[in-house]
Design a protein around this ligand. Structure first.
Ligand code: BG6
Length: 489
């Protein structure tokens, strides 16, 4: 057993402390960590933004946010502890002379500076220059950044290069919030701690794999960002490819970041390119039109506030992905993700191969395959579909599909399931890079996605329409039907 690690206190500096990401996610997650007594007692949180303000004003804003976005009750003692950590600093991030006050606030002898860039990537370069100019950085300092890290390989490299001028790769923590989700991490445990899965995880036993990340939400006031981005770049380039690498990678020698990352990169390198020659057969793009969600009328993509009515940006994408390596030869991975779908559902379904011969033809003409479903959200859990004899003394053996069902909330009643951000912010403060993306990984993902984006651009084609509240365009059903398969509904 490892000894419990002692972590040094941090100065967590949030650039963009009054912005959306901080208000909705970061500060809420930090409060929850406080509530669970997981923040080092001397750690401080320094909110940086361009608006005029002082500590008392910042503390009042944070309290207001907690009231708005935290679903639990705010405990008085927890809030006292939490608010005592908060400091505010006004900096116009584009002005490098304004970073000087950080020098008086930070305490590099005793605290590790964790610089969280919770702002638009257009400011990343400015912040790096400002920090470098102010002389506050040390070899121990860290920086945390989030997607979008570019919108293609070139812009991603530009950001990475600007950051690399000031921070070494070991100091950089790139977030994909899906890697903080409990069930994504559980994939490692499921695959590498259970022999029934480790020995049945390749082309010999698996027929195909489906990954669905369905969202109920639409554009949520982010038309400008989303329209330039689209669902392929917003969701697939990062979250779905990350899930895919966890399912497809070879066992790492241990849980060290470099070993896990190396295995993930090998998967990304083995993705068969989608180019103009096969893009029509392998991809489906969709855009939602008006429809109904849970009985409520919702507008179409082109009718959202601020919409450009000529936009051909996709809000849905489905792909057939092939991985050209020994383990996965001939096993397609079908990925789909979209906005305004029937309900929020993120799941992975592993379809095992059908048995070659059926001796139970009274029950099924063809035996349904075993299926392992990993429910990422909501209702985290894992289930396996098996065939079981229906109890009874009939002369014929009658089979029925049943489920071995493991719901996390039922099985682990005493353990709290933390949100992705809580886990990741804590890991960044602890300096554990395992759940963060390396530069190589993210650039490799862009290489593959850029090829699809280029092919789409060359096709004289527009996204297929689907009604809000449905499961996406009919063409996405055809994508699997061509291979004699169907989406899990
Ligand atoms: C973000 C995307 O990365 O993930 C959003 O930018 C998307 O468009 C969100 O809605 C989904 O995250 P989650 O955790 O709700 O599945």
């Amino acid at each position: 057993m490892k000894e419990k690690k002692i972590y040094k206190p941090c100065d967590l500096i949030i650039y963009g402390a009054l912005g959306d990401l901080s208000r909705r996610k970061l500060l809420i997650s930090l409060y929850r960590l406080e509530n669970a007594n997981l923040i080092e007692p001397n750690t401080r949180i320094i909110g940086v933004d361009r608006h005029e303000g002082d500590n008392a004003g910042f503390i009042a804003i944070v309290l207001k946010n907690l009231r708005e976005f935290l679903n639990d009750k705010i405990e008085d003692t927890v809030w006292q502890r939490f608010s005592a950590r908060l400091t505010y600093l006004k900096i116009d991030l584009t002005q490098r002379d304004q970073y000087q006050p950080l020098k008086t606030v930070l305490n590099p002898q005793t605290h590790i500076a964790v610089n969280y860039f919770a702002v638009s990537p257009v400011l990343f370069k400015n912040i790096c220059q400002g920090l470098s100019h102010s002389g506050v950085l040390t070899a121990e300092s860290r920086m945390v950044m989030e997607k979008p890290i570019g919108h293609d390989l070139e812009s991603c490299k530009e950001i990475n290069d600007a950051v690399a001028k000031v921070f070494s790769e070991e100091q950089v923590f790139r977030i994909d919030h899906y890697l903080g989700k409990e069930t994504v991490l559980n994939l490692l445990a499921l695959r590498f701690a259970n022999s029934i899965f480790t020995t049945n995880w390749d082309h010999n036993t698996i027929d195909h794999i489906q990954i669905t990340v369905a969202e109920e939400v639409g554009i949520e006031g982010r038309w400008d960002y989303f329209d330039k981005t689209g669902q392929l770049r917003d969701m697939l380039q990062n979250h779905l490819l990350q899930i895919l690498t966890f399912i497809a990678m070879e066992p790492p020698v241990n849980l060290e970041a470099k070993n896990i990352r190396n295995e993930k990169i090998k998967v990304l390198e083995a993705l068969r390119p989608i180019t103009l020659s096969n893009v029509e057969e392998k991809t489906v793009r969709g855009q939602y039109s008006a429809g109904f969600l849970k009985g409520r009328a919702v507008p179409g993509y082109l009718e959202e506030e601020g919409a450009n009515v000529e936009s051909t940006t996709e809000s849905f994408v489905a792909l057939r992905v092939d991985i050209d390596n020994w383990r996965w030869a001939g096993v397609p991975f079908y990925l789909r993700t979209g906005k305004r779908l029937t309900n929020k559902r993120t799941e992975i379904v592993i379809y095992f191969k059908q048995l070659p011969h059926n001796i139970f033809n009274d029950s099924f003409r063809d035996l349904p395959p075993n299926k392992l479903t990993i429910h990422l959200q909501p209702n985290e859990g894992v289930d396996v579909q098996i065939l079981n004899k229906v109890p009874g003394i009939d002369e014929n053996i009658k089979l029925q599909k049943t489920k071995l069902d493991l719901s996390f909330s039922e099985a682990f009643k005493k353990s709290r399931i933390f949100g992705g951000y809580e886990k990741l912010v804590l890991e960044a403060m602890r300096g554990n890079p395992t759940l963060f993306l390396s530069r190589e990984e993210i650039e490799q993902a862009w290489i593959w996605v850029d090829s699809i984006q280029d092919a789409w651009q060359h096709l004289n084609d527009t996204p297929k329409h689907y009604q809000a509240g449905s499961w996406g365009p009919v063409a996405s059903v055809a994508l699997l039907a061509r291979d004699g398969r169907a989406w899990e509904e």
